[in-house]
Design a protein around this ligand. Structure first.
Ligand SMILES: *Cc1c(COP(=O)(O)O)cnc(C)c1O
Length: 240
């Protein structure tokens, strides 16, 4: 069975090819390794292969993993530390743990959640980097702000003191056909361009997963969130 290092290499090659095919500059797209349901040892293998940014969906599982890796992480130089991204549905009663342990949150879709994250972000940490999750195609997950509510919501989030709005995140319904995959990503990109034209300083489009990262990169993704293609199939799914 190919190792996590070999899988990572394959994914980075896919990303580089998609970036080149889109005529975008090398290094334009960051890889977030989605380690949900995999243990600290799997994360260590990815770290040994050079990966530093990890995405997690379940608060308690993530905090356990972050804590397990904290001592070795503290040994690394400041520019070489792990970066933890929360990408799952976020309930109000979990915002404090997320504000205390994560560097990024991609799944902000209501002002109340953003206000709590800002209020609960510890003063000694940098502002929490956040993306507004948008539901562009009426995804069945029901998470995400509608495109109509996104502009006012983005402006309100951008005004909070201890979070920094970086961009948009989307999880379109899985599609096999590449043209069908691109459509919702193009719509997210159009909304992103509109918000930037309105004066918001956004630089992040978090979209694309194992099965559709090429389509997302073709439509302007700057960060792809990849789990299965790196760590293998997930053998259990926890309730969100
Ligand atoms: C699980 C998950 C991913 C990774 O999906 P794969 O298909 O395993 O690459 C990406 N984004 C979010 C929000 C997820 O929950």
């Amino acid at each position: 069975m190919p190792s996590i290092a070999a899988h990572l290499d394959t994914v980075l090659t896919r990303i580089a090819a998609a970036v080149a095919a889109a005529g975008r500059p090398e290094g334009d797209v960051r890889l977030l390794a989605v380690s949900k349901t995999f243990g600290a040892d799997a994360v260590r293998e990815a770290i040994a292969a050079g990966q530093r940014a990890f995405g997690e969906n379940y608060v308690q599982e993530a905090v356990d993993k972050i804590t397990a890796l904290a001592a070795e992480n503290a040994q690394r130089s400041a520019g070489d530390r792990l970066e933890w991204h929360f990408i799952g549905p976020l309930q109000s009663n979990k915002t404090r743990q997320v504000a205390e342990h994560f560097d990024w949150v991609h799944s902000v879709d209501r002002l109340k959640i953003a206000e709590r994250l800002s209020a609960q972000r510890p003063a000694h940490l940098a502002p929490l980097q956040v993306c507004l999750q948008v539901n562009i195609s009426g995804e069945s997950s029901k998470s995400g702000a509608t495109p109509g509510e996104a502009p006012a919501l983005a402006r309100a989030i951008a005004a909070l003191p201890n979070v920094r709005l970086r961009g948009l995140m989307a999880i379109p319904e899985p599609e096999d056909d590449p043209a069908a995959q691109r459509r919702p990503f193009a719509a997210v990109r159009a909304l992103f361009d509109q918000l930037r034209a309105d004066g918001l300083a956004l630089d992040t489009l978090s979209m694309g997963m194992s099965g559709d990262l090429e389509a997302a990169i073709a439509e302007g993704a700057t960060m792809v969130r990849v789990g299965t293609a790196i760590f293998g199939a997930r053998h259990y799914a926890r309730p969100a």
